[in-house]
Write a protein that binds this ligand. Sequence first.
Ligand code: GTP
Ligand code: MG
Length: 299
Amino acid sequence: MENTIEQVKSGMVALVGPPNVGKSTLLNTLLGMKISIVSPKPQTTRNRILGVVNGDDYQIVMLDTPGIHKAHNPLNLEMVKIALDSLADVDVIVFMVDVTMPLPDPKTSTIKHLEGCKTPTVLLINKVDMVDKENLLPIIEAYQKLFDFKTILPVSAMEGDGTDLLIEELCALLPTGPRLYPDDIPTDVTERFIVAEMIREKIFLLTGQEIPYSTAVTIESFKENPNKQIVTIHATIHVERSSQKGIIIGKGGKKLQQIGTAARQEIETLLDQQVLLKLWVKVQKDWTSNPRFLRELGF
Ligand SMILES: Nc1nc2c(ncn2[C@@H]2O[C@H](COP(=O)(O)OP(=O)(O)OP(=O)(O)O)[C@@H](O)[C@H]2O)c(=O)[nH]1
Ligand SMILES: [Mg+2]
């Protein structure tokens, strides 16, 4: 009997661009589930988040990445490095911009990182739900002059507008081969990682100023009750200074409670189980520039 491996359009795609343009939103929309956290603040994503988008005749392995920005401290330098490293060894680059933002300067902006890359690059102009359609053409034409994009697609990652066309375009650029990942596993990140990220997302949503950028979350324990009724999760929120600890905890513990409730609800949806979430806040002095702690966080 002949043993043939199914051949499909299959390969790796890096999703890169400036912060806050909607990269993580797009990954979640394509997957039909939330694995990558989203917030209205820039520099939300800190890691490379792999998502496997499967169709009957394709498998797109998409890498969501931190927004490329001018980095100063070691944490941000690591984040930008993760994004730039993802440009190597992919079959296609998807570069995303926000239609409401001014056109980038090709010499100084993130676009300069595409120069010299031989990999075919698709430009996604995201958030088109925010502008009138008739204003799009001049924007597309202006981007055409900036770089030799294979194609330029206006999309709304949030509303899923233009994503079918994106998949078609990616399939046209991907090689034919076997699927690289099993087709029933949407990501390579662990549940523990996503849980920590969901807590971090709530901190991005519920606190201001420098607090989100001074915060990291680690999972201390993750215990499933033998009768599978409830999962108990203990997590630590690390901050850089003791004044920040007070802000995260809030008056009478209110802020921490808000963060915990919002995170728990989302973790319950993810795990499809009841969750008991316990949060601690710990000062890890100046952790964003502490190489050892950054290593502990997986950087
Ligand atoms: N109106 C509109 N808003 C969007 C769309 N896509 C994303 N957003 C919003 O834009 C903000 C940033 O979205 P993210 O997906 O976190 O952006 P990102 O590029 O992953 O950001 P970083 O991880 O910080 O680099 C959030 O408030 C999203 O809800 C879109 O298509 N339309
Ligand atoms: Mg992101």
